[in-house]
Design a binder for this molecule. Structure first.
Ligand SMILES: O=C(O)CCC(=O)C(=O)O
Length: 254
């Protein structure tokens, strides 16, 4: 990857993933004040302690080695490089969409996020997975916890270091990072965070986090492969990819 002024040029070969280099990392992992548990958490404990109350990080609940190996970026480019994917702008209320081939996305959109780039100028591959991805997504072992009267829908994505989605909320769900690490920030529904909906999580981290980091209501944790985060209904959350990351969410809808 070669930096030319404000832009990044990524050769087709180097774009087919590798570990994020230290100099490409624009943000670091942070502390974790969310409850972390493991796969011994029972369905009943999940329902009474977390499902309707607070986020939880669950380690080792599933073995997704097969899905992980199939979602290595180089494997994805080989299998899906020609397919057209739909990107969404990475702002809180994301209406803008852009269609591009997966190969071109990997070549031109996975550079480290610049602190000056806004969320509405950042295009992110997450969700909007057309049926071409179904065979792959079927191999994902979903988190082994159910929410009564809810069904699951999967959203799969991949993005570069320093990207993420700024604060927003929706229904409950789980999220897992297959490759790379992702930092999560959360507020309960009754506490509205201070943020610019067209800013990026990186901008929020640089400008607002130093002021809010000791807010008792702010929860955060950085998750790596094999760890799942659960966000309850209407909890505010923002994400920040520390590395180039491949990730999948399981959204639960009534
Ligand atoms: O994984 C991400 O970066 C975005 C995930 C997210 O915000 C969500 O699942 O609602």
């Amino acid at each position: 990857m070669i930096r030319t002024g404000q832009s990044w040029r990524v050769g087709a070969r180097t774009a087919t993933l590798r570990i994020t280099r230290a100099e490409d990392r624009v943000a670091q992992p942070g502390p974790c004040n969310i409850v972390v548990t493991d796969g011994s958490l029972s369905q009943e404990q999940f329902l009474t302690r977390y499902a309707y109350k607070e986020p939880v990080v669950i380690r080792g609940a599933t073995d997704n080695q097969v899905f992980r190996s199939l979602t290595r970026q180089s494997a994805l480019v080989e299998g899906y490089g020609h397919t057209t994917i739909r990107l969404s702008s990475a702002n809180s209320y994301s209406y803008a969409k852009k269609d591009i081939s997966f190969q071109d996305y990997c070549s031109s959109h996975l550079h480290p996020q610049l602190p000056s780039t806004l969320g509405n100028e950042t295009f992110y591959f997450f969700g909007d997975n057309n049926e071409e991805w179904d065979d792959l997504l079927e191999l994902y072992k979903q988190p082994p916890y159910l929410l009564p009267q809810h069904t699951a829908a999967l959203s799969f994505g991949l993005a570069g270091p320093g990207t993420g989605v700024p604060f927003h909320f929706h229904g409950p769900g789980f999220a897992e990072t297959m490759w790379g690490r992702k930092r999560w920030f959360m507020y309960p529904p009754e506490v509205s965070p201070n943020f610019n909906p067209n800013g990026t999580t990186l901008q929020w981290l640089l400008n607002d986090y130093p002021v809010h980091k000791d807010d008792p209501a702010l929860l955060e944790c950085t998750l790596g492969p094999g760890e799942i985060i659960y966000f309850p209904d209407k909890w505010w959350h923002a994400t920040l990819n520390i590395d180039s990351s491949v990730f999948i969410s399981t959204f639960l809808s009534p």
